[in-house]
Every structure is written in C-alpha cells, then in structure tokens.
Design a protein around this ligand. Sequence first.
Ligand SMILES: [Fe+2]
Length: 374
Amino acid sequence: MPTISKIEKNSSYLKVIWNDGEESKFNYMWLRDNCPSAHDKDSRHRMFNILEVSQDINPKNYNINKEGKLEIEWSEGDHISYFDQKWLRDNCYTIKNNKKYVSPYQLWDCSLEKDLQSIKIDHDEIISSDEGLIKWLKLLHYKGIAIVKNAPTEKKSAFPVLNRISHTRETFFKTPFEVINIPKPNNSAYTAHALRNHMDLPWFELPPGYQFLHCLVNDSEGGNSSAIDGFAVAEYLRKNEKEIFETLTSIPLKFRDKDYTQESHRSFHAPAISLTKDKDFHDIRFSVATMDALDCHPDVMDKVYKAHHRFGNLLHDKKFQINFRLEPGDIFSFNNRRILHGRTEFDPNSGHRHLQGYYMDRDEIIGRLNYLKK
Ligand SMILES: [Fe+2]
C-alpha cells in the first residue's frame, strides 16, 4: 500500500506525492465534502451539507498525524477532518482519470455461432451455486448474451432462476409476457410472421436493459432465432464509416408505441447509438416496426435516413449475425439495448411455439455482478 511522502498546498487543491511516485490533486471542497465524519454510520448517507461552507474553504493547517492519517484543520466551520491514506488512494480521481478506459464488453460476430457452447449455462448450476450465477451474469454483462439450458418447461417457471439475480421489470405486457400467435395481435411478436432483428420497447425513455425468452414449446416448422451484437456493428461503423457513426450518435430518432389496446400514448426521441461518459457504447435503439414518422430537421433528413438504412443493413448482415434454434427449457437471455433479436416465420399449423418473456433492468445485472465479485 503506497503512503504519502509529501504534501503541497495550492490555490484550490492539496497536491499529494506518494512514495511510489504517483501524484494526486485533492480539491478542497471535494475533501471537505468527503470528510469521513460527513456520513451517517447506519444509512451511510451524507449528513454534512457543503452548502453550509463557502467556496473559499481551504486547509488552515494540515499534516500526517501519529496514526498516519491526513489531518486537515479547515479555515471555517471549526472542523478537523482525518483521512485514511488508503481511502484517499483508492478514491483518487487524478490517478483514475490518468488510466486508459478499458471496456467491459467482448464484442462478437457470426463466428460465435460455431462456439454457442461458450454462452450456454446449466439452469441448476445457477440455482445451486454462486459460481454458476456469476458465470451467467458475466456472460450477460460482457458478451450481452447467454442461453440457460435445461430449465423447467412449466409456465412461469423461469422466476426462481431470474430471482437469483433480482426482481423483474414490469410492463403493460405483464410478467411473463406470452410470445405465441394470437388472433387480432396487438404486437407483431404475437403472430407467426418473421421478425427482423429488433430490440423491444425502444419507445420507452428507458427500455428494459435485459430480456429473457423462456422456450416452453417449439415444435412448429420455422421459428428459428437470430441475434446480433449491436455494439459490434456500431464499433465497425466507428472505425470504418465515421460520418454515418456521427449521424447515428448525434441525431435523435423518434419511436412510438402503436399498441391499440393501450389507453396511453408513449413515445421517445433518442439517437440510434448512445455513448457513455467514456465514449463506450451505452444503448442501441433500433426497431423497424416501431420507429415513428421521423421529425428531424429537413436539412438532415436525407443523411439520417441513409445512416439508418446502412445501420439496419449491417444489423442483418451475415458477418455479424448468429442463428440458432431454441429448445424447450432454454432461456435466451440478452442485453435488450445491445443485442438485437429476431426469428424466422413459423407455420402455426405444423405444431406449437410458445415462449414466455421477462424483462429486467440493467442495474440489477451489473449491481448483482459487482456485489458477488467482491
Ligand atoms: Fe422482441
């Protein structure tokens, strides 16, 4: 564990030099706001209110005390803070910002189809061990896709394995939602038609982060599944077709729920590709079925449509897409805002096809994985 070897006072920060040569800048307001005494011991919420000190607050005196803590006597508020050196090092935003960002995502293309075994995990392994659960969560977070094998095939029987992660996300489709052909369908998923690669519910402000399609019966002809890594396609565009990438990340499209059973009009504007603070991929929004009549500025409509057209073609390109067939007891699990999914047409007279679908927020996947890894 590195220790502090030198401290210098500057206009708005303490410069700390560590014995391994690293340097940190600790802003005065940041230090005061993060004083260890600022938080309630039980709730861990901050009780101290930074608005009660002025923007000129600074250390009147500072030193490394006998216990090895950085002790700061503040210029106002009659307060002394004692900082643990390890805490300062672990939370040092200077060192964090100097580090190169490493994406957690493992992008994939059509070659995954030959290695489907690598994304499969046994249902009972998840139920009975944290190792199994962690393996599933890692596949979901890093690759965005997993197929749970040998789940029971009774209705609603995916709840126990999903609840190993967390609660599901409710929508008006109910949980689980039934993917089965019905008369006068309110959604194209409830037909026997082919479904182009799409995400679910792009017209929500926050579409569900993950989707789980539990196959109960699949013995009709057709109805094979497809999946494509939208982040891999976006990465291809970022590298090779910069102008299209720029259009897809900057100009909002419009999506709208057209479900005739709803007494609610839901719609949302968002770009086809959105990025995180580190310029990594955050979301893909793509759905031919539910993109609304666009209302972009007339000066950009042509380039928006051309970018959408190019993106959509790549999102169905053989180079990127995998094809597989769901078997009863499979739970096709994927990041709904990264992986697009589709299916071929099926013949409802040749047999039955019944999937039950569940949604979960992305926070639940990542939060649970971070907890279990520690
Ligand atoms: Fe879908």
